[in-house]
Design a protein. Structure first.
Length: 315
């Protein structure tokens, strides 16, 4: 491309600035970013990684990809993120990393979590896929983002890993590119992955990044409109608008409101992980939360229609 910077490199440069991070490594999905983060930290077979029981399946799948054992922690019913007390309870000699997820745009108590991690000398992976724009100058060892088509900053598909640690960034960049050496000699010293982001997707992400401020303003307006019907504490980032409904009515609401969607299931209850019920708070949230759309394209009339239909069912 001559003197022009390739789009994926331009995105890495601009996203690092956006996130307040020294380094950014693009990849083809948020799931890949999580996997790369774990590998860069040296997580592997025989290790344990503490993960929240209430989050997207990609979080625990990425741990399983490495051969490590996921150890499930319960979450807060207020911000849906991993409880610091649970982290402290679950740490042992096998714990190689702590994964913290900002769920539905609500930030986890990072100061308290980082203090625990520092005390035990355990690295922290911060998943901000659902909270783009709310995390700036992270103190976690690695932070990951997703550009999936429904995310705040989107490119149909894609991911990003940010860090202030040069060695971690270099390791992630090396592994995502099939573990090619610098000379591209076709001798591979490690098992690598085809996790590169395409320039086409990078272009879409760059355009979405340009529109962040305007779109974020629209999302905040939508949040304010929903608040008239369902008063909720302000989110740190507006991805969806989550509300709690009587669990006996959740199925009916989802069947009648096509734009609404259900929430996460406790990860520990998946067949490959074996728990019957999951953690108490994770189970409670799974049974009661539904997500309402908050895309910038949503109109005031859309919000009114969705909200009034739900209230009619609840009342």
């Amino acid at each position: 491309m001559g003197l022009l910077m390739e789009p994926y490199l331009e995105l890495e440069k601009k996203y690092a600035k956006f996130a307040g991070s020294k380094y950014a490594v693009s990849c083809n999905s948020g799931t890949s970013a999580l996997h790369l983060a774990l590998l860069a930290l040296g997580v592997g077979s025989g290790d344990e990684v503490i993960v929240p029981d209430f989050t997207m399946a990609a979080c625990v799948f990425a741990v399983s990809y490495t051969g490590a054992k996921p150890v499930f922690a319960d979450v807060s019913t207020l911000n849906y993120s991993i409880l610091p007390s649970e982290i402290e309870r679950l740490i042992n000699k096998k714990t190689k990393a702590i994964m913290v997820v900002h769920v539905y745009g609500r930030l986890a108590p990072m100061k308290e979590i980082l203090a625990i991690a520092k005390k035990h000398k355990i690295p922290v992976i911060e998943d901000a896929c659902e909270a783009q724009g709310a995390v700036y100058k992270s103190y976690a060892d690695v932070t990951v983002y997703s550009f999936y088509k429904n995310k705040i900053i989107a490119s149909e598909e894609g991911g990003m890993l940010t860090t202030d640690n040069k060695k971690l960034a270099e390791k992630a960049s090396y592994l995502k590119n099939m573990a090619f050496d610098k000379g591209h000699t076709y001798f591979h010293a490690d098992i690598g992955f085809n996790y590169r982001m395409s320039n086409s997707h990078a272009k879409l992400a760059l355009e979405s990044l340009k529109q962040y401020v305007a779109n974020n303003k629209k999302r905040r307006e939508i949040e304010s409109q929903y608040n008239k019907y369902f008063p909720m504490p302000k989110r740190d980032a507006v991805w969806f608008y989550e509300i709690s409904v009587p669990k006996t009515l959740k199925k009916e609401i989802l069947s009648k409101i096509s734009m609404a969607r259900g929430s996460f299931k406790p990860l520990s209850t998946f067949p490959m992980y074996g728990a019957k019920l999951g953690m108490p708070n994770a189970r409670q949230l799974s049974e009661s939360l539904i997500l309402l759309p908050a895309s910038p394209s949503l109109t005031k009339q859309d919000v009114q229609s969705i909200s009034e239909k739900i209230l009619r069912i609840i009342k």
